[in-house]
Design a binder for this molecule. Structure first.
Ligand SMILES: Cc1cc2nc3c(=O)[nH]c(=O)nc-3n(C[C@H](O)[C@H](O)[C@H](O)COP(=O)(O)OP(=O)(O)OC[C@H]3O[C@@H](n4cnc5c(N)ncnc54)[C@H](O)[C@@H]3O)c2cc1C
Length: 397
């Protein structure tokens, strides 16, 4: 009997499978993933512990068996036959579906300059093992890209005793998703740890021993890692004739142009209330969209409407953000021990986002509260006052 088929055994795909079952769907559920490993938590790849890469499973084989969810690993889906309602695997017979979820995620962008194939990337467990193994004998590392993953890796490699240089083409680190003030504090912490951060530079080539910049400078590099963002895995959707718009375009119920095919997680550009289609690349988004997709695969009619939250860890510092933090902050809450939260309001004075930086998880509780306050009109004076408990604002909302 054709059932639910999910392509991609990452956070989103597994979460969708579990949710569909929890929502009462009692037909077959099959998850197809092209990695050999059992589904694992990707964020830990750039946050290893002294024992090496942390391999934390999203769900064990037993847990999936208990829910009668079939997981096929090391299986690549090569095509979707929409007329026959089947997915084609690299090996084995085509698999029929009643409902299909594309949770194909994203892949790391690679350096395209001469010698760029010397640069490793960090997306999979295999990538992580290769990088940390190479770091064991390397003295110097160049990381191309001062985004969250590049800088997390810089902290880790510096801690292992390597001389680390981070190269950024933009005018500042973390320009894509972290408010300038917090990015600047975090960069200072990296520099204190000995990381050299060069902004406004372009890589011309990679040689056996160096990364050569367009201005002619050569930076010694036993290990090179490109951390220059990701590309959504949309090829299956393209060849199936589905609309792509910086990701697989879906409506608020995560449905593509085809009512029986959904897409979610890093690969999906989801319609927001504003009408814009946005694609997020965070763990909580993959989980939250996976849950909505799972409900809808099981016959539900749920919309995705969760403010996207992310975290990132560098040395002893934790960074967290939620919602839209792209504009100028309307309020700043100084919380002692170098911890600070910035709040972002829209023209009507309603909270649209917050981002904070602090020791360990110092800002975590308040960012969680801020997530629940999104959409509430708030007084910037109260937001700035650390003596005014955010919970009070939540109770009053
Ligand atoms: C090193 C690293 C650190 C990160 N740290 C953080 C963090 O601190 N905080 C945070 O919020 N987010 C973090 N993220 C981002 C977060 O991990 C991702 O947003 C999340 O994993 C996306 O989940 P997903 O299921 O949508 O996609 P993925 O995890 O990419 O899973 C998709 C799966 O589908 C498979 N697939 C693709 N095509 C096919 C096919 N044709 N057939 C079969 N299988 C296929 C892929 O191989 C992959 O296994 C980090 C990511 C990385 C790489």
């Amino acid at each position: 009997m054709p059932g639910i088929v999910i392509i991609g055994a990452g956070e989103c795909g597994i979460r969708a499978a579990l949710t569909a079952r929890e929502a009462g769907y009692d037909g077959p559920i099959t998850v197809l993933g092209d990695e050999a490993a059992l589904p694992y938590e990707r964020p830990l790849l750039s946050k290893p512990n002294s024992g090496g890469v942390v391999e934390k499973l999203i769900a064990t084989r037993e847990a999936l068996d208990d829910m009668s969810i079939t997981l096929e690993t090391d299986v690549s889906v090569t095509a979707i036959d929409r007329d026959e309602r089947m997915v084609v695997r690299a090996q084995g017979d085509p698999l029929p579906f009643r409902k299909l979820l594309l949770a194909t995620g994203a892949r790391a962008r690679r350096l395209s300059c001469p010698g760029g194939d010397r640069a490793r990337v960090l997306r999979t467990m295999e990538d992580a093992r290769a990088i940390y193994s190479a770091a064991g004998t390397a003295r110097s590392a160049v990381i191309v890209g001062a985004g969250l993953i590049g800088l997390e890796l810089a902290a880790e490699l510096t801690g292992r005793g390597l001389g680390v240089t981070v190269l950024e083409a933009g005018p500042r680190p973390l320009g894509r998703n972290v408010p300038e003030r917090l990015a600047s504090k975090l960069t200072t912490r990296h520099q204190q740890a000995g990381v050299e951060v060069l902004c406004g530079v372009q890589v011309a080539s990679c040689t056996e021993s160096d990364v050569v910049l367009e201005d002619g400078r050569a930076i010694a590099a036993d290990l090179i890692v490109a951390a220059i963002g990701v590309e959504p895995n949309v090829e299956l959707a393209v060849s199936a004739g589905l609309t792509i718009q910086n990701g697989i375009r879906v409506d608020r119920r995560l449905v593509t142009d085809d009512p029986d095919i959904l897409a979610a997680g890093d690969c999906a550009a989801v319609e927001m209330r504003s009408g814009l289609h946005l694609r997020y690349e965070t763990w909580q988004n993959a989980q939250a969209q996976g849950e909505v997709a799972g409900r809808n695969l099981a016959g539900g009619n749920k919309e995705f409407d969760v403010p996207v939250w992310f975290w990132s860890d560098h040395y002893e510092i934790g960074l967290q953000g939620v919602g839209d933090t792209s504009g100028q902050p309307a309020a700043s809450r100084e919380m002692g021990r170098d911890s600070e939260i910035l709040f972002f309001l829209n023209d009507a004075g309603a909270l649209i986002g917050a981002a904070g930086l602090g020791q360990g998880s110092a800002v975590a509780k308040d960012i969680k509260i801020a997530q629940r306050l999104i959409g509430t009109t708030l007084d910037p004076v109260l937001l700035s006052d650390p003596a005014h408990n955010l919970k009070k604002l939540l109770r009053a909302a």
